[in-house]
Design a protein around this ligand. Structure first.
Ligand SMILES: [Zn+2]
Length: 624
């Protein structure tokens, strides 16, 4: 009897063990399953990269515009979808930050896409002063191409769809030129993939912003799509093919369908970290300082108009739209199901508009991410079904962080404010007035970059007294930490000063300013009219301060060891890591392969040693 019971228990435990094994195998991390696939397929003699099934079938780069690194720590409790999956299944580089000072959209996207710093890829800002043309240009401005809207009309180019990175200042477009990657000095990862893989890699990128979609795709691509906030139309340029599947999608799904909707909180009130009412917001017309936000244009709106378009861009509806557009392209092009490694990038701009408007300590930013989490969850489920789980690799990051709203922080007694650019310009002109310099001495101040009129800077360099007067005048402006001369940061000088190094990494002599201004911590750029500082609400980014530099870097998919990593990393490491996974080589060594997050990694002291300081273990789901 006892023996029978023992046998029964033994037999039952055997069955249980087998069941557990089945469950365990089913639950094995994708990366581990893939390493089994790798072992099997290495024996096959693949003729090109695309037919080597150890490689991903699809590379996905997702960028959330203005997502500071600590948002993951602060808000992940509310996530259940795609952002949660990235944190749980991905390799999360917790300490990732841009190592340069020009923390703007075009710069960040070009850095992610090329694996290089602005000194190499040349996209030193969203805009800069073109010394040859003596005018300000955008990073994607290209007079040799024309923008084409997806209703067939000619479309404006050059500007920001919904206000520039300067915050709530008007954009500098529309102008007569179109948009392309002509000013990006090296190829994007996607272009290298297509060129080196010897097969038909398809390249697709989309965003509300031209400078985000274009820099991610590169100089040539199969479909690059962005949006114009003046007309509400999706567009591309003659640099890229007109994509019938995009035309069809936007015709079937006009954004005007969102007119009349109201953005209200998704989560229960108790889930929000901060005060419901934003401090000194810089929100679109028709939006108040707190939820709910109606998408009905301005007070006189009778239908979808420019005010509505700005509200729409500053809402989660635009992110949902982009995610659906991406799913549609994956279906229409059968991305990840051809003979090649395909590429898709989606940059979600609304997080930036919401962040500029309400600041990082707002219900709106937290809510927008909670909704994006759902959108991305759906997107990944779609990729699981179409491409297959474990067959696509995802890189997730942001183009820059953000400062708190200065007036919000100042309540705590901390020095914070708005560094008025026009005031700086006036001070320089006044300093040079008694020294007999031609007026005006300054052509343009664009963020940190001070550009003098032709010959003025050459004259200043041989006139130590006048140059010192100029530098003193800038440093006396409220919010200025220090001023660098171009010569101090050219050719990336060795320095232990991180601000100096940051200014050097972002500097390209032909495009950057003659002088560079570094704001004090918690002082943001202000482009409002002189004498009216603080006119603008909301907040901004674009400085070498850490809150502007820090962003998430998360990798997920085949070949990636999940875990939380505390090594130093930058978003320039994304492209080299993807290049390693796909077996190609990039143009520069600015970024590094994040080897510690790759399957098969062995450090000098062994994987997981104190040297790597990683909590990663592909087979230990509890390590997150
Ligand atoms: Zn921005």
């Amino acid at each position: 009897m006892a023996g029978g019971l023992t046998r029964f228990v033994y037999r039952a435990s055997q069955i249980l063990a087998m069941l557990l094994l089945v469950v365990f195998l089913a639950e094995l991390p994708v990366a581990a399953q893939n390493s089994a696939v790798q072992t099997r397929t290495r024996k096959n003699s693949a003729k090109d990269l695309s037919r080597d099934s150890s490689k991903p079938k699809l590379v996905v780069i997702l960028v959330v515009d203005q997502m500071r690194g600590d948002y993951v720590d602060k808000f992940q409790q509310q996530w259940t979808g795609g952002l949660k999956r990235l944190v749980d299944e991905g390799a999360w580089f917790h300490e990732a930050a841009y190592p340069y000072g020009s923390t703007e959209t075009c710069v960040g996207h070009a850095t992610i896409s090329t694996g290089a710093f602005p000194a190499s890829h040349g996209m030193i800002g969203n805009e800069w002063w073109d010394r040859e043309q003596q005018k300000e240009i955008t990073c994607t401005a290209d007079a040799s191409v024309k923008n084409i809207a997806y209703d067939g009309s000619a479309a404006p180019g050059g500007g920001d769809p919904a206000g520039s990175a300067h915050g709530s200042t008007p954009n500098i477009g529309p102008n007569s030129v179109g948009d392309s990657a002509a000013r990006m000095l090296i190829p994007a990862f996607a272009e290298e993939l297509k060129f080196q893989s010897g097969a038909g890699t398809r390249i697709v990128a989309m965003s509300l912003k031209a400078r985000a979609a274009i820099t991610m795709a590169g100089h040539q691509a199969d479909s690059v799509t962005w949006w114009d906030g003046a007309t509400g139309l999706w567009q591309t340029s003659s640099a890229y093919p007109q994509a019938p599947f995009i035309a069809e999608f936007v015709k079937l799904h006009p954004i005007t369908e969102d007119y009349g909707k109201t953005w209200a909180p998704l989560l229960p009130e108790s889930a929000y970290l901060y005060d419901k009412t934003a401090v000194n917001p810089g929100a679109p017309t028709g939006y108040g300082a707190e939820f709910p936000h109606p998408l009905r244009g301005g007070p006189d709106s009778k239908g979808p108009d420019r005010a509505f378009y700005l509200q729409w861009a500053t809402s989660p509806y635009a992110e949902t739209y982009l995610a659906h557009m991406a799913e549609n392209v994956v279906d229409k092009l059968k991305l990840g199901r051809g003979p090649s490694i395909d590429f898709i990038s989606v940059s979600f701009s609304s997080a930036d508009y919401v962040g500029h408007s309400f600041g990082p300590r707002s219900w709106e930013v937290q809510d927008e991410l909670a909704r994006l989490d759902r959108d991305l969850g759906e997107f990944f489920t779609h990729l699981d079904k179409t491409v297959g789980r474990g067959k696509y690799v995802v890189a997730f990051s942001s183009d820059h962080g953000v400062a708190p709203v200065p007036e919000d922080l100042r309540k705590t007694g901390v020095d914070a404010g708005r560094l008025n650019v026009e005031e700086v310009r006036n001070r320089i002109e006044q300093a040079l007035e008694p020294l007999h310099y031609a007026k005006p001495a300054v052509s343009k101040i664009d963020g940190a970059n001070v550009y003098f009129t032709p010959d003025t800077y050459a004259k200043l360099k041989s006139d130590a007294h006048a140059l010192q007067a100029v530098i003193d005048s800038i440093q006396s402006a409220p919010g200025v930490a220090r001023v660098y001369q171009a010569e101090e940061v050219d050719d990336r000088p060795a320095t232990r000063n991180p601000i100096h190094a940051a200014e050097a990494a972002g500097f390209l002599k032909s495009r950057s300013g003659d002088l560079l201004i570094v704001p004090k911590p918690y002082w943001i750029w202000d482009y409002s009219a002189p004498g009216k500082p603080g006119r603008n609400g909301g907040t901004s980014h674009g400085t070498p301060n850490y809150y502007d530099q820090r962003v998430p870097v998360i990798l997920m998919g085949p070949g990636i060891r999940r875990g939380r990593y505390y090594e130093t990393a930058t978003p320039a490491d994304i492209a080299p890591t993807l290049a390693t996974l796909c077996g190609i080589t990039l143009a520069t060594q600015d970024g590094r392969t994040l080897a510690e997050a790759l399957e098969g990694f062995h450090s000098a002291r062994g994987a997981g040693s104190s040297q790597t300081r990683s909590t990663s273990d592909a087979n230990t789901p509890s390590d997150r």
